[in-house]
Write a protein that binds this ligand. Structure first.
Ligand code: NAD
Length: 493
């Protein structure tokens, strides 16, 4: 594999000041695939300085939306032109099955293309008149870029999570320093070459790979950053918010979840099983919005469990590059150990292990596990309440709609939720009662760039995607004019 030991700062590839590197591994073998540049506070400072200069003096914020859109479209095309190659890099770095990586990267390209469209619209939309009750004045509200944004992202959708932040920030006219996860830094680094080829001016996007404490923390604390956009765990999100509080930085957070899925007894069992599986086994369950708590109405409970167990046992597990594989390895040894520990904890807490939890017999190396179905999971157990971030679904029966809604909402998280029933009025009623930022009816997980994404409660602050994602990177300025010929006459009569 090629070398990834440089950082992308001010449009150039440079060695980290201290010359450090860290290894990224292939989770299907546990072997090192690349040695990657390890940024420290000195590199972060250089990257922020470049982004500051590009924002304060460079062309990017001063270009029209249409001009920025042309560059964003070229970035989208740059990803599409290398889709297969980038998807294979992402499979080796993260472990996910190739069809899923191809899907994610197509979405990442689509995200740049979508925000190119919104950048063009901004040209007509930048100023809006404000109606005032005093005709001596006129006023407009004007949208302007927030400034220099710092983006810190996780490892579960490496390039897609980068696109969700880079595309709207650049569309708005911001400049950015991006810090990918140390577990999956490779495709984010490829974005540097794609940006250069798309003629993105130097300093507009800077990419610093490194550990959270060495590169992420200095980025979140840097005084020249105007906005922090973070996706990751709740504890790190809390640290980012504390760092932002010191300088009153604008901050948006996309954090964890323990999303519920309510299945009523009039549902088609096969459809319910299919969406339950997709909701928790897709991307190895390493999905912030995974519907990991499933509530099934009692009279179909055992029948559904049996069908779910049968189907779960048939999932093809293996190296994500092999044809037909639907479940790859977990991303790292650390994550693998955490998920296995959670399974042991579930057993000791009294959850009934219906299937899974072992190592697939044909896979000796790598961080593979059989997907887990837990039934009768106690409501006060750790596995019911906390995010496992792996292919582990926890299931409970319920009797009434009110009980299901109460149990679904009994969580400190509020990212996603799903409801399934043939009764559309019931679905609408439950969707409105659920305290979550995203509610799926008769499905779980489909995500569209056009629709708002984000959580209630401890699942985050703010919304990404759609026009909401663009607003994350815009300030609103009022410009008010005194239009009257008459003097103001307060002091000078
Ligand atoms: P994490 O919080 O450990 O790491 C996320 C990023 O923060 C990484 O780039 C890491 O290097 C960096 N980081 C770590 N410590 C830091 C510090 N002190 N200061 C600044 N940066 C620091 O999370 P993770 O394990 O990479 O991702 C899993 C979590 O992300 C899960 O909880 C998941 O639910 C959440 N997630 C949420 C969404 C969403 O849209 N809501 C999407 C994907 C993942």
């Amino acid at each position: 594999m090629k070398s990834y030991d440089l950082l992308y700062i001010d449009g150039r590839w440079v060695s980290p000041v201290k010359g450090g590197t860290f290894d990224t591994i292939d989770p299907s073998t546990g072997k090192v695939i690349a040695s990657v540049a390890a940024a420290t506070a000195e590199d972060v400072d250089l990257a922020v300085t470049a982004a500051r200069k590009a924002f304060d003096n460079g062309p990017w914020p001063r270009m029209s939306g249409a001009e920025r859109a042309a560059v964003l479209r070229r970035i989208g095309k740059g990803i599409r032109d290398r889709l297969q190659e980038l998807a294979e890099i992402e499979v080796r770095d993260n472990g996910k099955p190739l069809p899923e990586a191809l899907w994610d990267l197509g979405d990442a390209a689509g995200c740049f293309e979508y925000y190119a469209g919104l950048a063009e619209k901004l040209d007509d939309d930048t100023e809006k008149p404000v109606v005032l009750p005093d005709d001596r004045f006129s006023s407009v509200a004007r949208k302007e870029p927030v400034g220099v944004a710092g983006a810190i992202i996780p490892w579960n959708f490496p390039l897609l999570m980068a696109a969700w932040k880079v595309a709207p920030a650049l569309a708005a006219g911001c400049t950015m320093v991006l810090k990918p996860s140390e577990l999956t830094p490779l495709t984010a680094l490829e974005l540097g070459d794609i940006a250069t080829a798309a003629d993105l001016p130097p300093g507009v996007l800077n990419i610093v790979t490194g550990l959270g404490k060495d590169a992420g923390a200095p980025l979140s604390e840097h005084p020249d950053i105007d906005k922090l956009a973070f996706t990751g765990s709740v504890p790190t999100g809390s640290r980012i918010m504390q760092a932002a509080a010191r300088d009153i930085k604008n901050v948006s957070l996309e954090l964890g979840g323990k999303s519920p899925f309510i299945v009523f007894d009039d549902s088609d069992i096969d459809a319910a099983v299919e969406w339950i599986m997709f909701g928790i086994f897709w991307n190895q369950g390493e999905v912030c919005s995974a519907t990991s708590r499933v509530l099934v109405q009692r009279c179909i409970y055992e029948r559904l469990l049996q069908r779910l167990a049968e189907e779960t046992r048939q999932i093809t597990i293996g190296n994500g590059l092999e044809e037909g594989v639907l479940l790859g390895p977990l991303v790292s040894k650390g994550q693998y150990d955490k998920v296995l520990e959670a399974v042991e904890r579930g057993k000791s807490e009294g959850a009934r292990l219906v299937t899974g939890g072992g190592r697939p017999a044909h896979l000796e190396r790598g961080y593979f596990m059989e997907p887990v179905v837990f039934a009768d999971v106690p409501e006060d157990s750790w596995v019911w309440r906390e995010e496992i971030f792996g292919p582990v679904v926890c299931i409970r029966p319920f009797d009434s709609e009110a009980e299901a809604v109460r149990s679904a909402n009994d969580s400190r998280f509020g990212l996603g939720a799903a409801v399934m029933s043939r009764d559309s009025e019931r679905c609408e009623r439950v969707a409105r009662a659920l305290r979550a930022g995203i509610v799926w009816i008769n499905c779980s997980q489909p995500t569209f760039t056009e629709a708002p994404w984000g959580g209630y409660k401890q699942s985050g602050i703010g919304r990404e995607l759609g026009e909401w994602g663009l607003n994350n990177y815009l300030e609103t300025k009022q410009i008010t004019r005194y239009e009257s010929d008459k003097p103001w006459g307060w002091y000078i009569k």
